[in-house]
Write a protein that binds this ligand. Structure first.
Ligand code: ATP
Length: 272
């Protein structure tokens, strides 16, 4: 089992640090529907952590609790060693948590570069008033933000489309632009909601490589939901398995693969 309090070393030699986020006994209800029942798990620094489970298991709801979009009726969210008080999603984003969405949420009429720049908004320090009063300061911040956006664009190999309106891009590239926008916020924790959904094999391979490269190059901790089991098992260091709102498995891909509850609930059935 991988539960050493100071972290662990992965099979491929990457050092995983201490706990960066901890969900403690989370219960989330929508009226009479209990989407999440008493779930606890942690996410460690530098880790790629997957949340899997059949349709309706509560995975997106859990991601929405992490990102502050939903407030659970019970339980505690701990981030960087402190209990997180109730916060609005933009405040959570300011704390270094960025996300992508299951259904692409980009500004279709805007260029790739401008979309990626919107990822900097949560990090901007200069308000409108000081922008008016201190033009120089605002310009310096704009330049710094643009530099970060360009760096991310280079890293994800989308320079050639930086001026192209998003509406003209194929699906796989839109997903990559969404990843770029999330990365532009320089997050500590990156949440990916089905990053490969709807992609062909080649696009999935590209996306997997970029996720691994982001983790490796920037040390970004990543939590992701994904249905493609091959992808999940290849990418992830540890996997949480949910079923009907409950946690039925938690461990390395090998541990999860051989867990009978998981096999019964999920792995024996095709969800593509
Ligand atoms: N906003 C909501 N209002 C009411 N019920 C909801 C809401 N969001 C989710 N649910 C319910 O909570 C349960 C968990 O849904 P959730 O979308 O979190 O599952 P999921 O594992 O992400 O599913 P999928 O793989 O299909 O995306 C489902 O029964 C769903 O109908």
């Amino acid at each position: 089992m991988l539960d050493a309090s100071e972290g662990y070393v992965t099979e491929d030699g990457r050092k995983i640090g201490g706990v960066v986020m901890e969900m403690k006994n989370i219960t989330l209800r929508f009226g009479g529907v209990t989407a999440i029942t008493d779930i606890s798990f942690d996410i460690r620094e530098g880790e790629i952590r997957a949340i899997i489970g059949p349709n309706g298991a509560g995975k997106s709801s859990m991601l929405n609790v992490i990102s502050g979009f939903y407030v659970p009726q019970e339980g505690e969210v701990w981030y960087k060693g402190s209990r997180r008080p109730q916060m609005r999603p933009y405040e959570v984003a300011r704390q270094g948590i960025a996300r992508t969405f299951q259904n692409i949420a980009l500004f279709e009429g805007m260029s790739v570069l401008d979309n990626v720049m919107t990822g900097r908004l949560t990090q901007m320090k200069t308000g409108l008033l000081s922008q008016a009063l201190w033009k120089g300061k605002a310009e310096a911040e704009e330049t710094a933000n643009r530099d970060i956006a360009e760096k991310v664009i280079d890293f994800l190999e989308i320079q050639h489309i930086r001026k192209t309106p998003v509406s003209r891009l194929p699906y796989g590239l839109k997903k990559r632009v969404e990843l770029a926008r999330a990365l532009a916020a320089e997050p500590t924790l990156l949440l990916l909601d089905e990053p490969m959904a709807g992609m062909n094999v080649e696009e999935k391979e590209d996306m997997s490589r970029f996720i691994l490269d982001v983790n490796d190059e920037f040390g970004t901790t990543i939590a992701l939901i994904e249905h493609d089991m091959g992808v999940v098992m290849d990418l992830s260091d540890r996997v949480v398995v949910m079923d009907y709102g409950k946690k039925i498995g938690d461990g390395t891909p090998d541990e999860v693969r051989s867990n009978q509850d998981v096999i019964d609930a999920y792995l024996g059935v095709s969800h593509d």
